[in-house]
Design a protein around this ligand. Structure first.
Ligand code: MN
Length: 451
């Protein structure tokens, strides 16, 4: 049987009940996913959320599915610490999707006058947003020249029963498909996929070549070919077990204002490519589950984006640098900070590692390099290394006028500065860390476990 969002939620409920919070009380569609997830974050809790009863909607809503690395790992059947290694292996061993005649995604089909985006529980997220937004929409398209499929996230603003605004501001494969179709005077056929197994949702966040199809990475992550079927009104494949699909076209030569919207930086932004998506069909499963990715600088939004990117950068760093160990993108840095662990054998390697990371990922504006005894995912440990192994006049480098992410509100029109902090010890350092005898540690642990 093909694993899907429902089997994943069942597994969470059964094997990790503390990682799924089911809300049975009737809840407003507006602001509930953001307010509940961000309140949980303040309490240090990151469960997946399932809203069973939304006011005025027949459709349930899942949210916060990616806020915790433990939940993501549970979805893939691995340990959280193995994520990057596993994901890297899957990038090298894609599993082609399997085309099937039909699937549950077509249990309900709405075309023509029956189409109404207003029937979906699309939330408002933050006060300054221009309107309700679909945040977990994975847009499936085909390369207009090669026909290769692509799957990518883009924010979608509801504008009418059959009209959405969409921003392709990350300017990657979907943007390129649309650009080439538009040059030929054609609208780009697309299918917006909402609600699928986390393997599909992670694959859509991955960095891959334009000649590679994210569905094939989803298959590798699932451990079996992803079953796809032809959409009803456009020549695009959709996961047969998806919850909801919105079919339509991104118009060739139409632009209208989209946004502002609360982005991952934690700021509201009006930056947009201002594209328009006209809907030709909505299909969904019976008893469908809508999915929301909590936007802004929430753990849900940041972890989904970072986990897949971290795995890709990790793979390339490992191939390039023998002394490189691990890296971590801390939530506190949105997508702009990176902590890198190395096993230093020569002075200068810290800067080499930092410069390579910045070359691979132009979002990074701060790289802190630590030794192999510092866990880069432990932010307090990284700060301790900075406190005790770094001198600002010799260990800090600032590079000026590099391309950066335009959503960084402090950048100057997409150009910014980058900082490297070498928090590794000198190879001839003599300071010794405090240590305990192993036996004493074990005895203390035993004693406290009996309290
Ligand atoms: Mn792609």
């Amino acid at each position: 049987m093909q694993p899907d969002l429902r089997t994943f939620l069942k597994t969470l409920k059964k094997d990790h009940p503390d990682q799924l919070l089911t809300i049975t009380a009737e809840t407003a569609v507006e602001y509930s996913s953001t307010a509940v997830a961000l309140e949980l974050e303040k309490q240090g809790r990151y469960p997946a959320l399932l809203f069973e009863r939304l006011a005025g909607s027949e459709v349930r809503m899942a949210a916060n599915l990616f806020a915790s690395r433990a939940v993501i790992a549970a979805g893939l059947g691995i340990q959280a610490a193995q994520f990057s290694k596993h994901f890297g292996r899957c990038l090298d061993n894609l599993v082609p999707s399997r085309k099937v005649e039909s699937g549950p995604v077509h249990e309900q089909v709405f075309e023509g006058d029956q189409i109404n985006l207003g029937n979906l529980p699309v939330p408002l997220h933050f006060l300054d947003d221009a309107g309700p937004y679909i945040t977990a929409g994975m847009i499936a398209s085909r390369d207009p020249d090669s026909g290769v499929g692509n799957l990518a996230y883009a924010r979608l603003q509801i504008k009418g029963p059959r009209r959405m605004g969409v921003s392709l501001h990350s300017r990657q494969h979907l943007w390129d498909h649309h650009r080439r179709a538009a040059q030929a005077g054609k609208d780009l056929p697309v299918a917006v996929v909402i609600g699928a197994h986390p393997a599909v949702m992670l694959a859509a966040a991955a960095k891959m070549g334009i000649g590679e199809d994210e569905y094939d990475l989803a298959g590798a992550l699932l451990g079996q070919p992803l079953e796809v079927c032809q959409a009803r009104t456009v020549d695009v494949d959709v996961p047969a077990h998806a919850e909801i699909v919105i079919e339509g076209h991104i118009l060739a030569n139409t632009e209208e204002t989209e946004g502002p919207f609360g982005e991952y930086t934690g700021y509201t932004t009006g930056r947009s490519t201002n594209n328009v998506l006209e809907v030709t069909a909505i299909t969904m499963r019976s008893d469908a589950i809508f999915v929301d990715i909590v936007p802004g600088n929430s753990s849900d939004h940041l972890t989904l984006g970072r986990a897949a990117k971290e795995a890709w950068v990790h793979k390339l760093m490992q191939e390039a640098l023998p002394f490189y160990q691990e890296l971590y993108y801390p939530s506190s840095g949105t997508h702009f900070h990176c902590y890198i662990q190395i096993d230093k054998s020569a002075e200068g390697q810290a800067k080499q590692a930092a410069q390579l990371v910045m070359g691979l990922d132009h979002y990074i504006k701060l790289a802190v390099i630590v030794d192999k005894d510092i866990d880069p995912s432990d932010e307090a440990a990284v700060l301790w290394a900075m406190a005790t192994r770094m001198q600002a006049d010799s260990d800090v480098d600032i590079l000026s006028n590099l391309m950066c992410n335009r959503l960084d509100p402090s950048s100057h029109d997409g150009v910014g500065a980058k900082m490297i902090i070498d928090a590794t010890e000198l190879l001839n350092a003599t300071a010794r860390r405090v240590v305990l005898p192993e036996e004493a540690e074990r005895l203390a642990k035993d004693m406290l476990s009996k309290e």
